[in-house]
Design a protein around this ligand. Structure first.
Ligand code: AKG
Length: 228
């Protein structure tokens, strides 16, 4: 709806897989889950959360952050992310960018950088960079359907879309190790609502198993439409 959201902000839906089976087919795809697990060295993965991002011309930056900073309510407190572009990306249209080598840096608290529309989107990694390291940011410039995987400690975000004409959309899957459990005392304002009384396990209704080396996959995922 025009005017509902500020025109200069990236629009973001979280967990669109619950509302749209085509989004679900991609973000919960077995192949994507297998690749994520194998890259992370996990025996299997569950989805933690998806994001659908739409960044029209004129939108401001997304503050650089580490995804695993937002996982302290989980054990282990980490994730791996798959980012798929729905458009041909351009370096001036605010593509996702990674800070080279930052997956080896320690985890910083999430408050260090404002997420939506910060003026200084690189403040977080600049503060976190080890002494003597200059930030080297690498944009992901790909065709529609192209994408990338990133480690939960990799600093990433995106600059303003200054292209004037080109929008970009992306589908993001944040995966966690299949054996992940809720933390006993740390809570997340949104996701700890899915914690059952006296039980730290993650319910497959909300955090389905996307791929496991045993061949197990949450059974109802078989009902999703096939990807061409
Ligand atoms: O697409 C972007 O600008 C940022 C996406 C992001 O933060 C992520 O994929 O974890």
């Amino acid at each position: 709806m025009p005017g509902r959201d500020p025109d200069d902000r990236t629009r973001q839906l979280c967990n669109a897989w619950k509302a749209d089976t085509v989004v679900a087919a991609q973000v919960l795809s077995e192949r994507t889950g297998r690749l994520a697990a194998q890259l992370a060295g996990y025996r299997g993965v569950r989805i933690l959360q998806d994001n659908v991002l739409w960044k029209p011309p004129g939108t401001k930056a997304i503050g650089f952050h580490q995804d695993s900073s937002y996982a302290d309510y989980l054990v282990p407190p980490e994730m791996i992310t798959c980012w798929i572009s729905l458009h041909e990306t351009r370096a001036d249209a605010g593509p996702i960018e990674f800070v080279r080598g930052s997956h080896t840096w320690p985890k910083s608290p999430p408050a260090r950088s404002q997420f939506h529309a910060p003026d200084d989107w690189l403040a977080g990694p600049r503060e976190a960079a080890p002494e003597g390291i200059d930030l080297d940011t690498v944009p992901v410039v790909v065709k529609p359907g192209g994408g990338s995987f990133h480690h939960g400690l990799t600093w990433h975000g995106s600059a303003p879309n200054t292209s004037g004409t080109v929008a970009r959309m992306a589908l993001v899957s944040h995966f966690i190790a299949v054996e992940t459990r809720f933390h006993e005392t740390n809570v997340d304002v949104t996701y700890s609502r899915y914690r059952r009384h006296g039980d730290l396990s993650l319910d497959e209704s909300f955090f389905p198993v996307v791929w496991d080396e045993s061949g197990y996959r949450t059974p109802w995922l078989a009902d999703l439409p096939a990807l061409d």
